[in-house]
Design a protein around this ligand. Structure first.
Ligand code: 13P
Ligand code: SF4
Length: 351
């Protein structure tokens, strides 16, 4: 038996132990071989692989050195001693890694892995808002590109948004670009939302309970905006014992109808620590497979027609090509990077 045959067989057995219920065996054999090659290239390039919780199961459970939510992975990117960071996630995440580790080579396996939230706002939009509301602090969700972060005072992720907003000790806050996350944080912090001109008037009147001290933007996650309170009702009718977990990029109505809302990490930990057996996850579908792989006793009800096309761009094949050809290198111009880093560092200091 050659080293390679032995290495692939070992990796296949490890992957099968976790993934036999969620990945067909024939696919596992192929993926194990690719994962083996990635691990060799990883050593050769002195690289670290960071994998977001939404990565497909065969990737998630094989090659990443670290997996986690946006906040977790930003911290890992800031402290790695490797020469190369391969970011198995979407572009704004890889850019954040580059902002925090400018002297490392940062690779993203697909050049097409965007995000509807990041696409929803430009640096000029932020500039105009600052003019419209002078002196009001600007919080940006991490799901934005570097040039937008560079115009903002502080970043946040879904796991620390409340803490970040409260840290500002301001009655009025501009919160960009996710209108649903802004509304959910407004509820948690007792602040209220001013929608800027881009948001239709009709939408403002649909949220009568919301006061006007937080300024929101009208970006939305194209995956989480699809979940509705009706989906929850339907599942609860069928499975009365189900616990419903929503990502805070879902609408406030969906969050209100759920039992828990939190970042992808918070949802994973909730399922692991809960004594309950059945959960409905209102988030990208792959994460449910990743949880089942580690907690086979749990039953997850998912609405799998709602997938993130950007996260799905990242495959094991592309990750191998990324390390082989050292592509796609993520660059952030220095003048933008330095200003964006201030907003990200300020968030990381909050803990
Ligand atoms: P998390 O920070 O909770 O992992 O969310 C990232 C994301 O893009 C969710 O859609
Ligand atoms: Fe962006 Fe939504 Fe995809 Fe997350 S799930 S990367 S917020 S489009």
């Amino acid at each position: 038996m050659t080293d390679k045959t032995h290495g692939v067989a070992t990796l296949y057995e490890q992957m099968k132990a976790k993934l036999s219920k969620v990945v067909p065996d024939v696919e596992l054999k192929i993926k194990a071989e690719i994962a083996y090659e990635i691990n060799l290239l990883k050593k050769k390039r002195n690289a670290v692989i960071l994998g977001h919780n939404y990565m497909e199961p065969a990737l998630f459970h094989s090659v990443p050195d670290f997996t986690g939510d946006s906040l977790d992975l930003s911290r890992k990117a800031a402290t790695t001693d490797k020469d190369v960071i391969v970011f198995c996630g979407v572009r704004f995440m890889a850019e954040t890694a580059k902002i925090l580790s400018p002297h490392k080579t940062v690779l993203i396996p697909s050049a097409k892995a965007g995000c509807s939230l990041a696409e929803s706002i430009t640096a000029e939009d932020v500039h105009n808002l600052r003019k419209q509301f002078p002196g009001v602090p600007v919080v940006t969700y991490i799901n934005t590109y570097a040039e937008v972060k560079a115009e903002c005072d502080i970043c946040c992720t879904s796991s620390n948004a409340q803490k970040v907003v409260e840290s500002l000790n301001a009655d009025t806050v501009i919160f960009l670009p996710d209108e649903f996350l802004a509304a959910n944080v407004a509820k948690q912090t007792n602040k209220h939302i001013i929608y800027p001109a881009k948001t239709p008037k009709a939408l403002q009147s649909q949220k009568p309970g919301i006061d006007y001290h937080m300024i929101g933007w009208s970006g939305r996650c194209e995956v989480h905006e699809l979940f509705t309170p009706k989906d929850i009702e339907m599942v609860r009718r069928q499975f009365p014992d189900v616990l419903v977990l929503a990502h805070p990029e879902c609408s406030p109505e969906v969050v209100a109808a759920s039992d828990f809302a939190g970042s992808t990490n918070a949802m994973i930990n909730y399922v692991k620590q809960s004594g309950a057996d059945r959960f409905l996850l209102l988030t990208e579908c792959s994460m449910g497979d990743n949880i089942i792989a580690e907690s086979p006793g749990k039953e997850l009800v998912r609405l799998c027609s709602h997938r993130c096309p950007h996260m799905q761009e990242i495959t094991l094949e592309d990750t191998r090509a990324a390390l082989h050809e050292m592509k796609y290198q993520v660059e952030v111009p220095d003048d933008i990077r330095v200003r964006a880093k201030k907003a990200v560092d300020r968030m990381l200091e909050i803990g």
